[in-house]
Design a binder for this molecule. Structure first.
Ligand SMILES: Cc1cc2nc3c(=O)[nH]c(=O)nc-3n(C[C@H](O)[C@H](O)[C@H](O)COP(=O)(O)OP(=O)(O)OC[C@H]3O[C@@H](n4cnc5c(N)ncnc54)[C@H](O)[C@@H]3O)c2cc1C
Length: 529
């Protein structure tokens, strides 16, 4: 497979008139950065990837507890097509490199000891399950809701999700005059919560489908109804990666190397090198300079405004020092014994008062007194599942106030107590010890992901403008590009991957067109302008 990409890279080189490979530095080995590195290296660019952590993945990280490796970032894998296309573009086969299996149960939901609802991969199974759970009218409501979610997704996949960052006018132009009524039907001005009320009377179902807003780190009470497209994304498939989600990051890093990229871990980039108003490399914290004709930054775009890559980059996005305002999380990676509740692979235990929970987090800026709890039981949902001690990843939403001394250890302990007490009340007992539990909160996330205060999804998708307010792959600083969940098309592993593909396309287009007008880079020297 790699022969294919090398062959392609060599072909590209010949097409460029045997010019030496042009150098690109990618800062950050999160999903967006890895995808940019893979695609640029496959196109014949000389790619150096610098990552401050000791391993690839960024948020797609894993935590080791004894022999066990626990995914401690994304666990819900969707939009497989995005990764299939990216691997194929690099001349590799996704199926050959990633072992995955579809999950027949998308998620198991619980409200009380007795109220349980499974969402299935099969739509008709959901109609039946919702009918049993909440009655015939709600089942019909679900059918209409699914149709609407699908229509929104289909309207936006090409023009928004795959395309470069649009503004409202260019989005309308991409959608085309004949389909403008479809654009209106994506309901950008209604809130998700409000729109769900058109389909469901049962508050539990509004809660279940409203929770999709949190996939973008947002509140269902403020996010646009457009986000119901996530329900359609899940309905088209959720997979379990047998090597874990972190295995996907490792596979991308391996592919980048096979395509010719050089990866350095434990190398934090401190500042960009800017000459004559153009980025021409960067400097690592240890002082080493990396010269390049383009730099792709994969950290949160807010780090630029905060001066994290030097003074010249502060105005690169035009968004100043605004901190990301999406949700953070309090998480527990656990090796323990779970009993009393038949866990599926993905599980959600809802709070009694969803609105109060979001008000506490987003308005009160504190941990919820009674949180909704997500649990990934990564050993479940496959034939290889085993009983006894297992790997669990628990998450509750939290405010992005990391690194500011705003959340006391007492508040965190109280939230932990409330979380596991609630699980207990809903029938799930988890037995573990401090030695087999790793807790991560907003303060730790803030340290891992600079300038975020622990916000894990960039800027929240609150209001219709938010989707257009994320930066695109090109910045105001020539030679500097962006990839990652804080930039268009948005957060989530597949979306961050698509942003990496957009950044690679922008670099390729710009450097290729530049090479027609300016002398090519010489080995060992900088490009001339
Ligand atoms: C707990 C949690 C659960 C999630 N659940 C899901 C889920 O189930 N499904 C889903 O699809 N998504 C989920 N997400 C979101 C998803 O993980 C992210 O949107 C996506 O992985 C972000 O990728 P990224 O490209 O933005 O890079 P990031 O993961 O943000 O990585 C950026 C990298 O850049 C590095 N970096 C930053 N600055 C520098 C510098 N100056 N020098 C060197 N390196 C630098 C960082 O160390 C980091 O490794 C979850 C996220 C978290 C944290």
């Amino acid at each position: 497979m790699v022969f294919v990409s090398r062959f392609w890279a060599e072909g590209m080189q010949r097409a460029r008139g045997a010019a030496p490979a042009r150098r690109v530095v990618v800062i950050g080995a999160g999903i967006g950065g890895l995808v940019s590195a893979v695609l640029l290296a496959a196109r014949g660019f000389e790619v150096t990837l610098l990552e401050s952590a000791g391993a690839p993945g960024g948020k797609m990280r894993e935590i080791a507890i004894g022999e066990a490796r626990i995914d401690a970032g994304p666990t819900v894998f969707t939009m497989r097509w995005a990764f299939e296309e990216i691997f194929a573009e690099a001349g590799a086969s996704f199926a050959d490199r990633i072992d995955l299996a579809p999950l027949p149960i998308l998620a198991r939901h619980a409200w009380s000891g007795a109220e349980r609802l499974d969402l299935h991969a099969d739509l008709e199974a959901n109609v039946a399950a919702i009918g049993d759970f909440a009655g015939k009218r709600e089942a019909e409501g679900y059918r209409e809701f699914s149709r609407r979610a699908r229509a929104i997704y289909e309207t936006l996949e090409g023009p928004f999700i795959r395309g470069a960052r649009p503004n409202p006018v260019s989005l309308a132009a991409r959608v085309g005059a004949s389909k403008l009524p479809d654009l209106w039907r994506i309901s950008p001005f209604a809130t998700l919560w409000g729109a769900l009320g058109e389909h469901f009377r049962d508050p539990r179902l509004r809660q279940l489908f409203g929770r999709y807003a949190t996939y973008c780190g947002s509140s269902p009470y403020a996010a646009p109804a457009t986000l119901m497209l996530i329900a359609h994304v899940e309905q088209t498939g959720v997979w379990r990666l047998k090597g874990g989600m972190h295995g996907l990051a490792t596979a991308l890093a391996n592919l980048a190397r096979l395509c010719g990229a050089t990866i350095h871990y434990g190398r934090r980039v401190e500042r960009l090198i800017v000459e004559h108003g153009r980025v021409c490399g960067c400097v690592a914290a240890d002082g080493e300079r990396f010269e390049a004709e383009a730099v792709v930054f994969n950290g949160d775009a807010a780090a630029l405004g905060a001066g994290g890559l030097g003074a010249e980059a502060i105005r690169a996005t035009g968004q100043g020092r605004a901190s990301p305002d999406s949700l953070s999380a309090l998480t527990w990676a656990i090796v323990g014994a779970a009993s009393g509740f038949d866990l599926s692979h993905h599980n959600v235990f809802f709070s009694d008062d969803y609105r109060a929970e979001f008000d506490e987090i987003l308005k009160g800026r504190r941990l919820p007194k009674q949180p909704t709890i997500y649990i990934c039981a990564s050993d479940r949902g496959g034939a290889d599942a085993s009983g006894g001690v297992e790997r669990l990843f628990c998450l509750v939403n939290a405010p992005a106030v990391g690194g500011r001394g705003q959340i006391s250890p007492r508040e965190i302990d109280a939230c932990e107590h409330a979380t596991f007490q609630r699980l207990d009340r809903l029938g799930l007992k988890i037995v573990s010890t401090p030695a087999t539990t790793v807790r991560t909160g907003p303060d730790e996330f803030a340290k891992l992901f600079p300038a975020t205060a622990g916000a894990l999804y960039g800027r929240a998708s609150h209001g219709w403008r938010a989707s257009f307010a994320r930066p695109g792959s090109r910045t105001r600083l020539p030679g500097l590009y962006l990839a990652g969940g804080s930039v268009h098309p948005g957060p989530g592993a597949p979306m961050a991957a698509l942003s990496g593909r957009l950044a690679a396309a922008s670099v390729t287009a710009d450097l290729t067109s530049r090479s027609r007008f300016v002398p090519a880079a010489m080995p060992g020297g900088m490009s001339t302008r």
